[in-house]
Design a protein around this ligand. Structure first.
Ligand code: B3K
Ligand code: ZN
Length: 875
């Protein structure tokens, strides 16, 4: 497979001004006619026209109405070349494609008998010959013809401009999108669908019709998605002055989808997981997921569609920025600190891990074999962190000024990350040259902090040193420009005024943003009467690993007093994490270990703190996961880690059982379900309290969990109770699983939960149970959600099970990759990533994982997606 490099970017030899597409949809082949108005790119005086195509049966090629003969063009592999073309001409191609056998779910395919498309990144070339690259932007008109009975609804981008009966049982609908767009934003849907609709009145008084299209039996699960869309539209007007630009906005839910959703212009296509929600089928977290993804795709209308990427290396230009926008939106819709904690927890779990392994890459990658492999936590989540730093450095108003200038300069264009940075800098008169290093350097930088208090002088010197990320070369590392939000906490728990030496302390702020630009910098604060406790990188103001020596007492102090809600939570995570890791080390040596009194007291304070809301309390009570802690072990010992975490959990539960029981009593369900914030908060703390109490393995609390399951009138409680039961070796587990299945076997999204809860059970024998799940009559390799709910959940969220000492977890996942790689390379390559960290495990497991990778690598005709992941891992 060929590797593509960022620096090899060349502009196209031709532009496409407009595209007219005709689809004759059929169950045994679909014919696509494309007419492209071509215009030679004056900047590139020479060169033939080169079009991309994949799995196309070419029926004819014509220029300005004349059919070309064999010698006038060539088709070699996935490229059609026409050497001699006038500076302006119309090219017409006719191809036959086979959506009915498209299992890759890229291009045009069928899901539940309906046609749908997925074109990002390079799926449009599977529909027709095209300059399938994001810098080629054109207007599109589309005519869709299909059997009227089977495909009554025919949708594409833009406005519906015509419809006619073709007389032979078929009909035609025509669509026109007035905005130029790259091919990856093209979309088409055809089938039996119904819509739940509502209006939105824009800030300038236009009425936009919003339609959520689903299979008819799901119509009662669309209201939350519709409301989320309307809320996102309002928010983007208020926060960024961005108004929606068409008269129609459609979202279509499909069951078979490789990722979350897709922002096609005016016609988003979604994994049904991020549309459908009803209290009895979706959890509180699912509701937030729907709101966040609907908003994310909507925000792309400006950050991604109106202004798009010049080439795929710039992906974070639209993704990092749009994630940042959706994170801010969700914070505004709910709780800012809760949202921040959830996002950082995910960043540390997934992105920091990616940064430390074979897939480490800068947020703007330098090369790829398959672009689909670079829709990563780094490009998305770290990309968002980089934007967040710009926001922190420029301030909210400065950031808005930068965004305004960005849209003013680049509306209708395909641009680069440098263009974005320039707009931010120019709008604010700031130099962001050094900031570019966040786009060129891979890895998570370490930030080593040391403090020294001089009692006589009343000063505190804080030294911050940037260290090269693990896995990167020291000689390549150059100091980054990073904002560090911080405070100094006094002995009474109050933030101290932060007067720099030589400044008056009186009136100084109690929180500052330090700007680091050097490898090492020291900041001296004066006017202090007692040694302060530093609270650094508040809200994780830069995506670094902060290293600061803090003992149990100091962490407990910050957990109790830090005025930054995020850092309070973080102090707790460090405290609990350190205890578990120390326990694991002891167990690995064959020693006993004891949970300290201090740890139990710190935990008790969290359980009982009246100032915490339920969401915050449940986050603060959650122990860091095994997967996250594994990142911090020299050589990962999954068994010791698992045992240590269980022991800590149990000790905390035993030490605070009275308080936990009181919390459960106070917060447990009473009265009918409601989805206001206070009720969500209560459900969260109740469920986490009950999960702790279940570790006592007492008949009393097991019965309480079972009763909670039986009495649940909503999916949040039902799933939480079942999840807890799934970790207990009790008869109620099987009974509850059977009841859940009987009730929900007809609802694929709920059934996915049933599979996941079992695949993530850490009870002994996990690989055997998961193998059995993959043979369940409701399991299928053809549905990505189902595969993820079994194999994905097992490999990514069942650390001790996946790493079972006998290697059976590895065999199972490798088999799945091999099974899938031909039919759905994108899905297979995600699963193959489960082995990325094998070098961090003991010899025995390393060998077993390496064996699994080698077995995958040896597959004949391995897809390029899987090839890239596996070879990077083995390198
Ligand atoms: N832009 C799409 C992701 C496409 C993934 C292609 N393999 C969804 C999103 O980020 O909004
Ligand atoms: Zn996106």
């Amino acid at each position: 497979p060929r590797e593509i490099h960022r620096l090899d970017y060349r502009p196209p030899t031709f532009w496409v001004d407009s595209v007219a597409l005709e689809f004759d949809l059929g169950e045994e082949g679909t014919v696509v006619t494309a007419r492209l108005s071509l215009r030679r790119n004056d900047e590139v005086a020479e060169g033939p026209l080169e079009l991309d195509g994949e799995e196309l049966e070419t029926l004819s090629v014509a220029v300005d109405g004349r059919v070309l003969g064999q010698g006038e063009y060539t088709i070699e592999g996935e490229r059609l070349t026409i050497p001699d073309l006038p500076a302006r001409c119309e090219l017409e191609t006719k191809v036959r494609i086979h959506p009915e056998s498209n299992t890759q779910l890229s291009g045009l395919y069928l899901s539940s008998g309906n046609f749908c498309t997925q074109c990002e990144a390079e799926g449009f070339r599977r529909i027709t010959w095209f300059l399938d690259r994001p810098d080629v932007m054109a207007t599109y008109t589309v005519a869709i013809r299909a059997d009227k009975q089977r495909y009554p609804v025919l949708l594409s981008n833009g406005n519906r401009v015509g419809e006619r009966d073709l007389g032979d049982g078929r009909h035609e609908v025509r669509w026109e999108d007035p905005f130029v767009k790259p091919s990856y934003l093209f979309a088409l849907v055809a089938g039996q669908l119904a819509s739940h609709a509502g209006d939105f009145t824009t800030v300038s008084g236009r009425t936009v019709r919003c339609e959520i299209w689903v299979e008819a039996h799901n119509l009662d699960k669309c209201d939350h998605a519709l409301r989320s869309l309307q809320a996102a539209m309002r928010w983007d007007e208020e926060q960024f002055g961005r108004e929606y630009d068409l008269d129609l906005y459609m979202i279509v839910a499909v069951d078979d989808f490789n990722m979350g959703a897709m922002e096609n212009k005016g016609l988003n296509i979604f994994n049904s997981k991020f549309v459908l929600a009803r209290p009895d089928t979706a959890t509180d977290d699912d509701y937030e997921g729907v709101e966040g993804v609907v908003a994310h795709e909507y925000f792309h209308n400006w950050t991604g569609n109106r202004v798009t990427c010049r080439d795929w290396f710039q992906l974070t230009l639209k993704e990092g920025l749009t994630v940042f926008r959706d994170q801010r939106f969700s914070a505004d819709m709910g709780s800012e600190p809760v949202k921040r904690i959830e996002d950082v927890a995910m960043l540390r779990l997934r992105q920091y891990a990616e940064d430390a392994g074979p897939m480490a890459h800068p947020i703007r990658p330098e090369s790829y074999i398959s672009m689909d492999n670079f829709y990563t936590a780094t490009v998305y989540e770290k990309g968002s962190e980089v934007i967040r730093m710009v926001d922190t450095l420029l301030g909210r108003d400065g950031f808005r000024r930068g965004m305004d200038l960005y849209f003013e300069r680049h509306d209708g264009q395909a641009v680069t990350c440098d263009d974005f940075r320039a707009a931010m800098a120019d709008a604010n008169g700031r130099d962001l040259a050094q900031f570019e290093r966040w786009y060129t350097q891979a890895g998570t930088p370490r930030l080593v902090a040391t403090g020294r208090f001089d009692a006589a002088a009343g000063t505190y010197s804080l030294t911050l040193r940037q260290e090269c990320p693990t896995g990167q070369r020291e000689e390549d590392f150059r100091a980054l420009h990073m904002p560090i939000r911080m405070g100094l906490i006094g002995p009474d728990g109050a933030d101290q005024p932060l007067g720099f030496e030589g400044e008056a302390a009186a009136g100084a702020p109690t929180e500052r943003v330090l700007e680091l630009t050097e490898r090492e910098q020291t900041f001296v604060f004066a006017g202090l009467t007692a040694e302060p406790v530093p609270s650094l990188a508040r809200g994780l103001s830069a995506p670094v690993l902060l290293e600061l020596e803090e003992d149990e007492q100091r962490l407990a102090f910050r957990l109790a007093h830090d005025s930054d809600a995020f850092n309070r939570w973080d102090a707790g995570q460090r405290l609990f994490g350190a205890a578990i890791l120390a326990g694991a080390a002891a167990l690995a040596r064959g020693d006993e270990f004891q949970v300290s009194k201090g740890l139990v007291e710190a935990f008790r304070a969290v359980v009982t703190d009246p100032s915490l809301d339920g969401s915050m309390r449940s986050l603060a009570m959650a122990l860091p996961s095994e997967l996250e802690l594994a990142q911090r072990m020299e050589i990962v010992d999954p068994d010791a880690l698992h045992r240590a975490r269980r022991a800590v959990r149990r000790a905390l539960a035993e030490g605070t059982r009275t308080e936990l029981a009181a919390l459960w009593e106070r917060a447990k369900p009473s009265g009918a379900y409601s989805n206001d914030r206070a009720s969500i908060d209560r459900r969260r703390e109740a469920n986490v309290a009950l999960a702790y109490l279940s570790c006592l393995e007492s008949p009393e609390w097991t019965a309480a969990v079972a009763a909670h399951f039986d009495g649940a009138d909503n999916m949040t409680d039902s799933q939480a109770a079942l999840a807890t039961l799934c970790q207990l070796d009790v008869p109620d587990r099987q009974r509850a699983l059977e009841a859940f299945y009987a009730k929900w076997k007809g609802d694929p999204l709920v059934l996915d939960k049933w599979f996941t809860l079992q695949a993530t059970s850490v009870l002994p024998g996990a690989p055997t149970r998961v193998a059995a799940l993959a043979h369940h009559p409701d399991f299928t390799w053809r549905n990505p959600n189902r595969v993820r709910s079994v194999v994905g959940a097992f490999a990514m969220a069942n650390h001790s099970g996946f790493h079972s000492a006998d290697g059976s977890g590895y065999t199972l996942v490798a088999d799945a990759v091999i099974e899938l790689q031909g039919a759905n390379p994108q899905l297979a390559s995600r699963l193959a990533g489960s082995f990325n960290h094998y070098k961090r495990y003991d010899q025995h497991r390393q060998q077993a994982m390496r064996g699994a990778l080698e077995r995958i690598a040896a597959v004949d005709g391995l897809s390029k997606d899987v090839y890239e992941i596996v070879h990077r891992a083995l390198a």
